[in-house]
Design a protein. Structure first.
Ligand code: PRP
Length: 181
């Protein structure tokens, strides 16, 4: 499929301002250090900006998850493909995600993290595709509510492309035509 950017939904400036606001909110809400857990790969730009928007001490760790199958639809079965490097027991943990869609990934991650006995567990997502939700999962910090469109940029990809765009855009997909016309 050929992907073309059809519309910029969130400009670089809009994202920067919202992430700074979220950082100020985290500063108000937390007394001590925050352990931010970045869910690879899409949340990398959000984590990088959010952690620098906070003045309280921040520690970071990374994990990766995968839904089984090749489908872009979440299968509902999630597995860890990369675990955290360190224990989170007794820590104030914030899961940092780029987007929540069905909610299945976050539901799994919350259960998995809670079993490790953090002192507290909250969730920050940059983008909430609220109309796609299939399970009710608590989200504490939301950057933007977004429509049900195929979004790329600021970490989000289409087949690995577009993660480095500084803005969030919707794409159009069309069949590639092969052969001579
Ligand atoms: C995205 C996103 C979440 C998940 C949300 O990850 O980062 O982990 O999908 O979908 P859900 O709410 O329906 O479970 P993706 O599989 O695109 O991986 P990536 O971050 O490595 O691109």
């Amino acid at each position: 499929m050929k992907a073309t950017i059809s519309e910029i939904l969130l400009t670089e400036e809009a994202i920067r301002n919202r992430v700074l606001e979220l950082g100020r909110q985290l500063d108000r809400d937390y007394d001590g250090p925050i352990k931010m857990i970045c869910v690879l790969k899409g949340a990398v730009p959000f984590l990088a900006d959010l952690m620098r928007a906070v003045t309280k001490p921040v520690f970071i760790d990374f994990l990766a998850v995968s839904s089984y199958g090749q489908s872009s639809e979440s299968s509902g079965v999630v597995r860890l493909t990369k675990d955290l490097d360190e224990s989170i027991e007794g820590e104030d943990v914030l899961i940092v995600e780029d987007i929540i869609d069905t909610g299945l990934t976050l539901q799994y991650l919350r259960q998995n993290m809670l079993a490790r006995k953090p002192k507290s567990l909250k969730v920050a997502v940059l983008l909430d595709k609220v109309e796609r939700r299939r399970v009710d999962v608590p989200v504490d910090y939301v950057g933007f509510t977004v429509p049900d469109r195929f979004l790329v940029g600021y970490g989000l990809d289409y087949a690995g492309h577009f993660r480095n765009l500084p803005y969030v855009a919707a794409i159009d997909l069309e069949e590639e035509t092969h052969g001579e016309s």
